[in-house]
Ligand binder design. Structure first.
Ligand code: ATP
Ligand code: MG
Length: 577
């Protein structure tokens, strides 16, 4: 490709809405342009890179025995009603009505369609296992699209779905995908960590996330220093805290008038206490149950843990009417005293159980209570004591200190079991003639996030530093003095030789000042640059420089192509899986 003929609109200005380094650089280097909130057009350089990521993913999926298909992005909502996910996904799912009044969704993922397909085609255990995947656009009306293509509303995902006849076979399918993911991310030049994610209905460690540690990540990885434990924040288990011992006899509980003071901060200020001495009572609802959750004032309820605690059901904060019915007070004054028979379940976080004495809401508008002692002051019979909060700095896991860092989730693998196959009838006949549901796994990779993460990890003040495997080009030949016939000729010769050897090369043949060309070269970040300039050509040399290094080396013109080819191989070798 010749730069002079390519559409590479690089810009100096940093876009106002760009927070993440990758977002800024993708715009500046002319990889993408924004169309609307969370939707982007990929320009030639960006698309070339994305296609390289797709090629790697496709190769590794095929190698692992998965087969590529393509299902529609626009799917009948009725399919999603059958699994209940049209409600569970909530407003994140785009939906649209067609001219006949039928409702459709734009797939945020595709379990329903894949499972229905298999339900219609697979009859016998002899046809299993099967693993099908696609690489296609997905749509999510994210509450807060941000960081450019990292959290977009339309993005490309590779999603695979495995169907097995036994738990042992599912384990094998899962492991094959897990291993393929390791190879994909290695080949894309990413440093990543694998963390335990929410395990779902299969129990055990049924899900793993592949996360690239970096500051712009919205995920939090929680881990122990020795590497024995790593989980995402939703999943991270914390040890119960040591039980506090009260210094003296705790006086009887006492109601305090706290007019219009509902928030934890306001109550603390008013009562001259600290959030860690308070207990928040949060009222939640499932479809048919009311659940009270007791959590320390400075902690937050982990709704993923909560969802698992109520059997994996959809659970959300109760509406005002329910809260008022349970507590007999306005929102903001809920407490545990006297609500045992008003709710179906009470869940008490371990950190609350460790407290000797609590300050809580009084279940009376404008009142709180001091000196509450559990067991003494209210009935604990139907309470369940569990870990139901997010881990915070200072928490331990199995006696080891938990550390935190930010990361971008680039992929996730999941054991689904029979959740979808039961509901959608993906069953097969076992050798004994009995029918059983397929055991499923699902496996997603965010193609665009791989690109963005690679840029997050590989950049400096001047621009992108690509891993060679997913760079838009492997080599850039810069003709510094394109108006000089000799220089232009040498550059063209090297370019042709590289092309002839299958190297993905861009020739900067623009008639522009060298400084401008070097700036663009650094910005677009092609891993190897061959610089052909008047002075060095007169000496019979060109200069070869790696984007990731500051030193260049002089190489005789006639050896330039061979040397470059060698460098391409050695850079690629480092990323071999
Ligand atoms: P997140 O927690 O970041 O919202 P998720 O866990 O909901 O992601 P999955 O359903 O596991 O996402 O989707 C598989 C992969 O698709 C993710 O690992 C991620 O790489 C990618 N992905 C998900 N949402 C987006 C998005 N809004 N923009 C770009 N990529 C995304
Ligand atoms: Mg995920």
């Amino acid at each position: 490709m010749r730069y002079s003929r390519m559409f590479i609109p690089t810009v100096k200005e940093i876009p106002a809405d760009a927070e993440a380094a990758s977002h800024k650089l993708m715009i500046r280097a002319g990889l993408i342009r924004k169309v609307a909130s969370g939707t982007y057009t990929y320009l030639p350089l960006g698309w070339r890179s994305l296609l390289k990521v797709i090629a790697i993913v496709r190769e590794e999926m095929d190698k692992a025995g998965a087969q590529e298909i393509l299902v529609p992005s626009m799917q009948p909502k009725e399919l999603w009603d059958r699994t209940g996910r049209s409600t569970d996904y909530g407003p994140t799912m785009f939906s649209l009505e067609d001219r006949h009044g039928r409702m459709n969704v734009l797939g945020p993922t595709a379990e329903e369609v894949f499972t229905t397909l298999v339900a219609g085609e697979i009859k016998s255990y002899k046809q299993l296992p099967i693993n099908l995947y696609q690489i296609s656009p997905k749509f999510r009306d994210e509450f807060r699209p941000r960081f450019g293509t990292i959290r977009a509303r339309e993005f490309i995902m590779k999603d695979a779905y495995s169907f097995d006849k036994s738990p042992a076979d599912l384990d094998k399918s899962y492991q094959a995908m897990y291993d393929a993911y390791c190879r994909v991310f290695k080949r894309c030049g990413l440093e990543y960590v694998i963390v335990e994610a929410e395990s779902g209905e299969m129990g055990g460690s049924g899900s793993h996330q592949f996360t690239v540690p970096c500051e712009s990540g919205e995920d939090t990885i929680v881990y122990t220093e020795d590497g024995s434990y790593a989980a995402n924040l939703e999943r991270a288990d914390v040890d119960p805290l040591a039980k506090e011992i009260a210094n003296a006899d705790i006086p009887p509980m006492e109601e305090v008038h706290t007019p219009n003071i509902g928030s934890i901060e306001a109550v603390c200020k008013f009562l001259n206490t600290e959030p860690r001495q308070m207990v928040k009572t949060m009222i939640y609802s499932t479809e048919n149950k009311t659940v009270a959750v007791l959590i320390r004032g400075d902690h937050d309820v982990n709704e993923e843990k909560l969802r698992l605690a109520v059997g994996g059901k959809h659970i959300e904060l109760a509406d005002e009417a329910t809260i008022e019915k349970v507590t007999g007070a306005k929102v903001g004054f809920a407490g545990p005293v006297g609500i045992a028979d008003k709710v179906d379940t009470i869940l008490i976080d371990h950190a609350v159980s460790a407290m000797a004495v609590w300050v809580t809401g009084a279940n009376k508008t404008d009142y709180h209570i001091k000196n509450v002692v559990s067991g003494r002051d209210f009935n604990m019979n139907n309470a369940q004591r569990i870990d139901i909060r997010y881990a915070v700095e200072g928490d331990m896991h199995k006696g080891k200190k938990l550390l935190f860092k930010k990361g971008i989730e680039v992929g996730q693998v999941f054991k689904l079991g029979s959740k979808y196959s039961e509901k959608l009838g993906a069953k097969f006949l076992r050798p004994d003639g009995r029918e059983a549901p397929c055991l499923m796994g699902c496996y997603g990779i965010g193609i665009n996030r791989i690109l963005a993460s690679a840029i997050e990890l590989g950049n400096d003040d001047n621009g992108i530093i690509w891993p060679i495997t997913i760079a838009p080009f492997e080599v850039l030949v810069t003709s510094v003095n394109q108006d000089d016939e000799k220089v232009a000729q040498v550059a063209d010769d090297i370019y042709q030789q590289l092309l002839g050897n299958g190297i993905d090369v861009l020739l900067d043949d623009r008639v522009l000042r060298g400084g401008v060309k070097f700036k663009d070269a650094d910005l677009i970040g092609i891993p190897i640059r061959v610089t052909v300039g008047k002075k060095s050509v007169a000496e019979g040399n060109v200069e070869i420089k790696l984007r990731c290094e500051s030193q260049s080396q002089k190489v005789p013109i006639e050896k330039a192509a061979d040397k470059t080819i060698e460098l391409v191989s050695s850079l690629k070798e480092r990323l071999m899986a």
